[in-house]
Design a protein around this ligand. Sequence first.
Ligand SMILES: [Cu+2]
Length: 168
Amino acid sequence: MMGLSGGLIILDPNDSHTGPDYFMMLHEFHAKGLDKGIVRPGSYSLDPLSDMFNFFTINGRCYPFTTPLPVASGDRVKLRLANVGMNAHPMHLHGHQFVISASDRNTIALANRLTKNTIPVASGETFDIEGFANNPGIWPFHCHIPHHVANNFTDSTGGMFTTVIYKR
Ligand SMILES: [Cu+2]
């Protein structure tokens, strides 16, 4: 629970997906003694047992240190979401709709796929979501719980937040 975790992704040989394919691990921590939102290596204790979470990460990083998701106009994009933490995170994508194509590894039949722009990811759950990059720009993808993107920091650092960025 201190953050040494990741995804083991077994590709489905029947999946015809060819576009960008991104893995996003959601996690949260209680970080003591943050320095302008930054945890200095070796300087602070991260308490995994606290329910006073104040540091919300995507792939171990807190905005603005999260990695943007580059796409090209027309791409079909897959995002693989995995919540390895203790909180639920309603992940919201601006400017687009997506379909939920898999839940906890299980492929969802085409006729049963929901179209959404927010998906609640509970502790332990995984979802694959897919959609077309059909709205050029720079779009937020973030947890919709304000505390999880605003944090208790004394500066403007922003938690579980990243962006979909169209390549020119
Ligand atoms: Cu959240």
